[in-house]
Write a protein that binds this ligand. Structure first.
Ligand SMILES: [Zn+2]
Length: 294
């Protein structure tokens, strides 16, 4: 498929460079996009046929220090959107936002003047300094839970908001998880689809085979569903290490999202911070946090 043809060529090119030189490990913002436009004939022809890519190719990417110096955009992370059940532990409730609470939080964001942005907008802001709307916020959803489609999608769309959904492909079509068709509908409605691996294995423990099972196959699956490239990744459990980052570049990702640990000094694009919105937070709690924490 066209969307995948040039990244695969790039992956091979990039892998050979990585194997022979540690130089790339030291590059901070040497994202895939930076190298896409310098290499293969397919990449060049694609660039020439797309004015937006020509523009991107001619722009200088920010250094890691420049990216770290930009004001951070709040990135919220949601898991389950459902009402609490008697058996839910206190800890579990951090990951379970009741339906009404979610609706109130999103309404608060809208009524307070926040604008939801896409991951691509965040990327272009970080890398090129592109302007963002006032009071930007990026809404992300992990783990493929069905209520993200049935509950969160209509609430967001009521206010003109879009989300990034990080999909764990092993769950597609299972009870209480989204189906392939629902992922397609999210994408068609203008929401973004990112990778959250095949079955949520901790990236720190990957073998060579895991880079195929947990990364390449899910990317192909999601791209075949949406017809769009998968360019962004969310670390399972928010856990990452510096050893994984060259692999993520090698396997075609432009940026990756963790949770709330400090960003890496050399790789801020691959350690973008997010905050899990606890189910116990009222809209007022979230409002206060938005003002003071980023
Ligand atoms: Zn997860």
């Amino acid at each position: 498929m066209l969307v995948r043809s040039w990244p695969l060529a790039l992956v091979r090119f990039h892998r050979s460079v990585l194997l022979t030189s540690s130089f790339f490990l030291l590059l901070s913002c040497s994202s895939v996009a930076d190298n896409v436009h310098s290499g293969t004939p397919q990449g060049d022809s694609l660039v020439q046929s797309n004015p937006a890519k020509v523009y991107a190719a001619n722009r200088k990417m920010a250094s890691a220090a420049e990216i770290l110096a930009r004001p951070q955009v709040p990135v919220l992370c949601y898991h389950q959107i459902r009402n609490w059940r008697p058996g839910d532990s206190k800890q579990a409730k951090d990951y379970i936002v009741p339906e009404q609470t979610f609706a109130e939080q999103i309404k608060m964001l809208h009524d307070s003047g926040y604008h939801s942005i896409s991951t691509n907008e965040l990327y272009n802001y970080l890398c090129y300094g592109d302007a963002l709307p006032s009071k930007p916020v990026l809404l992300t959803f992990d783990d493929t839970d069905l209520p993200q489609f049935t509950i969160a999608k209509p609430v967001m769309e009521k206010y003109g908001f879009k989300g990034m959904f990080f999909i764990m492909t092993v769950s597609l079509g299972r009870p209480n998880y989204m189906s392939r068709e629902q992922v397609k509908q999210l994408s068609d409605a203008g929401h973004e689809i990112g990778s959250h691996t095949w079955d949520h294995k901790n990236i720190k423990q990957y073998t060579d085979a895991d880079w195929t099972t947990q990364i390449d196959k899910p990317t192909k699956t999601l791209e075949s569903i949406t017809g769009k490239p998968v360019q962004y990744f969310a670390y399972p459990f928010g856990l990452w290490n510096t050893a994984a980052i060259p692999h993520l570049k090698d396997h075609g990702f432009k940026a990756a999202f963790q949770l709330s640990a400090k960003r890496d000094n050399n790789e801020p694009l691959y350690t973008i911070r997010r905050i899990i919105v606890p189910g116990s937070w009222t809209a007022a709690n979230l409002s206060s946090w938005m003002k003071h924490s980023f």
